[in-house]
Write a protein of this length. Structure first.
Ligand code: HEM
Length: 393
C-alpha cells in the first residue's frame, strides 16, 4: 500500500493465493478509499458497495463500449458482444436475448427443470457419496439448458472448459490469461461454425439469434457474441453457484438444518450464496469523464476501472457481519447479478436451476458433509470449484 495523493496499492489480485482467498485483500482495499489505483496492472479498483452500484447504474460515465475485460485483445475480439456495448445498440440486442428468458417465457420450462433436479437428487442421495461439481452442479446446465437453447449435441462436453477459458482470457495480461488463449480460439471457431451451419434446433432460445442474423439485423460477430452470452454466461456461473452453495452448507450444517426445516427459504438462501461467493468477481468499464468518488479520489477520464461484485457484496459498510453465511439475511439488493442496464439477462434461468436443486436436496438430505479437500478452479474473473467431494445423509 502507498501514500500517493490518491489511494494506491501494488497488490496482485490475480495471483493464485489472491484468487483462492480474495476477501482479506478486498477488505484492505475497501478500507483505503472509494477507489484505489492498482499500480501493478494500472487499473482503478472500485470495491465498496455504494460506488460499485453507482458505477453500474451510470453507463454514460462508466462505459462498456471499450470492453469489460482487462486486456485489449479480449476487448477487441468480443467487440460485437452484448456486454461490450452501451445503449442504444445494447438495448436492441438485449431484447433478442431477454424475450426468451422473461419470467413468463420461463414458466413453461420450470417444470422440466424441477423434474430433472428431483431425479438427480434422488439418484445422488441413493449413492450417498458424490462430487458436487461434476455429479450435481454441471448436470442441469449441460443436460437441460443446452436443450432449451437448442444447442447441437456435438461439442457440449468441451463447452465447460471453453467457457472457463473465456472468463480467464478477460484477465490482465499475464500467464493465466495467455494460457486461456487456445480455449478461446476454439470457442470462437466453434460458435462461428454453429452460426455458419445454422446448427441450432429451430424454436430453441438460440434460434432467435440466428434468425435476427439472417434478417441482417445483427452482424456475424454480434450473433457469435450473443450465442456466447448463452453458452458462456449460462455455464460456469450456474455451476459455481450450485457447488458453492453445497460447500457453504457443508461448512455450516446449522444453516442446512434451517433450510430443511423451512424449505420456503430456498430463494433467500440462493441470494445469500450469490452474495457470499459471487460467481463473477470482477469486470471493468472505461470512464468517459473525470469522476469524483468522494474522499478526494478523482478517477481521470479514459481510465480502466475494475469493479468487484464479490467485494461489494462483502462490504461491511453495507452488510452487517458480511463474512457470516446466514440464509435468513435474504440480501435482495446484492450485486452478484450486476445492476443497471447490463444486469444479468439470464438470472431468471439461473434462479430456476439453483432453486430446483436446493429444493430437491432439502426434501431428501438431513446433512451434507465434506469427504475430502475441495479444489478451487482458479480463474481471473469467476470464483468456483473444480471438485467438492461430499457425502449426504
Ligand atoms: C448464478 C448465475 C449467474 C451469475 C452470478 C451471473 C452474473 C452476471 C453478471 C454479474 C452480469 C453483469 C455483467 C456486467 O456488469 O457487465 C451478467 C450479465 C449477463 N448474464 Fe449472467 N449470471 C448468471 C447466469 C446467467 C445465465 C444462466 C445466463 C444465460 C441464460 C446469463 C446471461 C447473461 C448475459 C447475456 C449477460 C449480459 C447482459 C447485458 O450485457 O446486457 N447469466 N451476469
Amino acid at each position: 500500500m502507498s501514500t500517493a495523493a490518491y489511494p494506491a496499492a501494488d497488490v496482485d489480485l490475480f495471483s493464485d493465493e489472491a484468487l483462492a482467498d480474495p476477501y482479506p485483500r478486498f477488505k484492505a482495499l475497501r478500507d483505503l478509499g472509494p477507489a484505489v489505483h492498482l499500480t501493478r496492472h494500472d487499473l482503478w479498483f472500485v470495491c465498496r458497495y455504494e460506488q460499485v452500484r453507482a458505477a453500474l447504474g451510470d453507463w454514460r460515465t462508466f462505459s462498456s463500449a471499450r470492453g469489460i475485460g482487462l486486456n485489449d485483445d479480449f476487448n477487441g475480439a468480443w467487440d460485437g458482444a452484448l456486454i461490450h456495448q452501451d445503449p442504444p445498440s445494447q438495448t436492441q440486442q438485449r431484447k433478442l436475448f431477454t424475450e426468451r428468458l422473461s419470467p413468463r417465457a420461463l414458466r413453461s420450462v420450470a417444470e422440466n427443470i424441477d423434474r430433472r433436479a428431483e431425479e438427480l437428487a434422488a439418484a445422488l442421495v441413493e449413492r450417498g457419496d458424490f462430487d458436487a461439481v461434476t455429479d450435481l452442479a454441471q448436470d442441469l446446465p449441460i443436460r437441460v439448458i443446452m436443450d432449451l437453447i437448442g444447442w447441437p449435441q456435438k461439442g457440449r462436453d468441451e463447452l465447460l472448459d471453453m467457457a472457463a477459458g473465456w472468463f480467464d482470457s478477460g484477465g490482465p495480461a499475464g500467464a493465466r490469461t495467455s494460457a486461456a488463449e487456445p480455449k478461446v480460439q476454439a470457442l470462437m471457431a466453434y460458435l462461428s461454425e454453429v452460426v455458419a451451419k445454422e446448427d441450432l434446433v429451430p424454436g430453441g432460445f438460440g434460434w432467435n439469434v440466428l434468425e435476427a442474423h439472417k434478417r441482417g439485423e445483427i452482424p456475424v460477430e454480434g450473433a457469435t457474441g450473443l450465442l456466447a452470452g448463452y453458452v458462456v454466461a449460462a455455464f460456469d456461473t450456474t455451476v459455481s453457484v450450485i457447488s458453492s452453495g453445497v460447500w457453504l452448507f457443508a461448512r455450516h450444517p446449522e444453516q442446512w438444518e434451517v433450510l430443511v426445516g423451512e424449505p420456503a427459504l430456498v430463494p433467500a438462501a440462493f441470494n445469500e450464496i450469490v452474495r457470499m461467493e459471487s460467481p463473477i468477481q470482477v469486470f471493468s468499464r472505461v470512464t468517459t469523464r473525470d469522476v469524483d468518488l468522494g474522499e478526494g479520489v478523482v478517477i481521470p477520464a479514459g481510465a480502466r476501472v475494475m469493479h468487484s461484485y464479490g467485494s461489494a457484496n462483502r462490504d461491511e459498510r453495507h452488510y452487517t457481519d458480511p463474512d457470516h453465511f446466514d440464509i435468513r439475511r435474504n440480501p435482495l439488493d446484492h450485486l452478484g447479478f450486476g445492476f443497471g442496464n447490463h444486469a444479468c439477462a439470464g438470472q431468471g434461468l439461473a434462479k430456476l436451476e439453483a432453486h430446483a436443486v436446493f429444493k430437491a436436496l432439502a426434501a431428501r438430505v438431513e446433512r451434507i458433509e465434506l469427504t475430502g479437500e475441495p479444489v478451487r478452479a482458479l480463474n481471473n474473473i469467476t470464483r468456483g470449484f473444480s471438485s467438492v467431494p461430499v457425502r449426504v445423509r
